[in-house]
Design a protein around this ligand. Structure first.
Ligand code: CDP
Ligand code: ZN
Length: 167
């Protein structure tokens, strides 16, 4: 048995006329996150953490946006592909912890649904998913509500294998 840790970070700009989606959950707000997909900074940070733990680069190299297959894919869809890779390589996601930095809106009431959604994306129990929300204390661009950022840490466990690791 071996353990692998990974870290992820993402930030997206808040703009009008977009839904606000964080951790796969739509949150009522006057603006949403800009991105070629759903702009789900939390899910993207989690994906980057998992890819980091796998030692496979980042979301941009793992899901190249030059490949039209991935253009516009939601965080949930990207997680589904990543989960197949985890299973194929016999990794289990032991736990994930994340922090969302959002001056607004207030997220605490949505965190239980975000935990459930992220747990379902990776086929794990909700108790293995923790999500925290912070303001940016009004400081800088995040404090001016120009965007929302997220960071995540994951721990993966790999089943014992005497075979060579695959790429
Ligand atoms: O008190 P501290 O400076 O550590 O944190 P804060 O950024 O002032 O946030 C206080 C609490 O508000 C957090 O612990 C979250 O529970 C909640 N919060 C939230 O629900 N939604 C946000 N966008 C930011 C913070
Ligand atoms: Zn992103």
């Amino acid at each position: 048995m071996s353990l692998r840790v990974g870290i992820g970070y993402d930030v997206h700009r808040l703009v009008p006329d977009r839904p606000l989606i964080l951790g796969g959950v739509e949150i009522p707000y006057e603006k949403g996150l800009l991105g070629h997909s759903d702009g789900d900074a939390l899910t993207h940070a989690v994906i980057d953490a998992v890819i980091g733990a796998l030692g496979k680069g980042d979301i941009g190299s793992f899901f190249p946006d030059t490949d039209p297959t991935y253009e516009g894919k939601s965080g949930a869809e990207l997680c589904a592909e990543l989960l197949e890779r985890l299973k194929g390589d016999r990794f289990t996601l032991l736990n994930l912890d994340a922090t969302v930095i959002a001056q607004a809106p207030k997220l605490s009431g949505f965190i239980p649904r975000m935990r459930e959604a992220l747990a379902s994306f990776f086929g794990i129990t909700v108790s293995r998913v923790n999500i925290k929300a912070k303001t940016h204390e009004g400081i800088g661009s995040l404090g001016r509500k120009e965007g929302i950022a997220a960071m995540a840490v994951v721990l993966l466990e790999k089943e014992d294998s005497h075979e060579e690791e695959t790429d």
